[in-house]
Design a protein around this ligand. Sequence first.
Ligand SMILES: Cc1cc2nc3c(=O)[nH]c(=O)nc-3n(C[C@H](O)[C@H](O)[C@H](O)COP(=O)(O)OP(=O)(O)OC[C@H]3O[C@@H](n4cnc5c(N)ncnc54)[C@H](O)[C@@H]3O)c2cc1C
Length: 399
Amino acid sequence: MSRTYDVVVAGAGAAGLAAATSARQTDPSASILLVNGEDRFPYKRTKVSKAIADGFSADEFAVHPEEWYRDRQIERLDGVSITAIDTDTRTISFADGAEDVTYGRLVLALGGDPLFPRIVRPHEQGSFFVLRTARDGEVLRERAHRAKSVLIAGMGVLAVELAYQLRKMGKNVTLAGATPQLMPRQLNARAGEILEDVLAANKVKMLFQEEILSFERNKKNWTVEMLKHAAHYDMVVFCIGVSPRTGEARAAGLTVERGIVVDSALRTSDPHVYAAGDCAQHPDGTVTYLWHSAEDQGRVAGVNAAGGDASFDELPHRLKSRVFDQYVFSIRKPREPWEFEVDEFENERQFYALYWDSDGTLHGAVMMNDEDYAPTLEAAVREGWDRTRVLGALELDDE
Ligand SMILES: Cc1cc2nc3c(=O)[nH]c(=O)nc-3n(C[C@H](O)[C@H](O)[C@H](O)COP(=O)(O)OP(=O)(O)OC[C@H]3O[C@@H](n4cnc5c(N)ncnc54)[C@H](O)[C@@H]3O)c2cc1C
């Protein structure tokens, strides 16, 4: 007979760990199972792309030690993946012969799967590298030791962080992507230019508005044909984004669009199943793709799965990154910047782009190299400060 838990959390990343924690806080006597698909304690994924050059030990980034789970009676199933969900019998099946379990409430916190370009067929994906898990980071680091040249497909934050790490390892690094600038989701054009100059000065080659047309494996390396270039690389890494992991939910009959569709309580189309983090699609159609947001969602889903009553209001969360000698900070940079009034401030090292709502309050911001003011800027966006207060607090000259 299968074991039964009041709450099962599938996936032990930012959202899953937060869900198990808040479920325990909400119901001290609930039986809770956390299904951890990875081969180590739940860990801070964001650290992986910052530690490729130096390397890291198996549990270096663990959020909690073993006793933390024991003390809270959160049972963990490590290195096991869920393969199927039966929402009628509320049963979950696992790979590798682990016994089925049944749940009172289920939280899906399965994150996202790295994307590959269409020209890479599924059976070829293993020949290339991605960076989603700590294991991916270890494999990539190991191979990079033997490589001279690396092509990173992508221009986003992960691609830029990896370029920095690989330059620290002394590799020849090329970034290639479809966009006309670096980190277009987080940076405006000017900040992208500043960062581009820094990468160029650090000998990172950048191929903008480029498309990979084909790969050919030679004895020692790859020949990569692009729209405007062709070159040889020892390894190729894809950092072109993630797609919400939805296969299990779709097969279970839950409503799935881009992600697993949830309401403001993070409930899916099945009232006994919740979804949180990078696998969840919110009522406004967004998927968040940020660590702190995944944690917030996990907390809400965990409370509700344990019988509480919480709702998810998306707070603006910042993304920060340190690459080369730059500190890069971005919070709620609008996707349609032309709909906002924007002010830019720049001196030799620092840069700000401030986006104003029509009522004169701060909507979002991009900042470089003024780290001491990051908390102020975050508060200003979250609390919607007006222009005078923002410029005064950031000591920016309104000339
Ligand atoms: C290298 C890297 C660096 C990043 N840096 C930043 C940053 O600086 N700031 C920021 O805000 N965000 C960053 N992100 C994004 C951030 O890490 C994610 O938004 C966040 O981890 C999402 O949390 P999640 O719990 O939804 O998913 P995840 O953290 O991906 O966790 C999902 C878990 O579910 C597991 N899983 C998947 N399928 C199954 C299955 N069938 N059965 C069991 N388990 C399964 C996965 O293995 C994984 O452990 C980074 C991402 C990466 C990859």
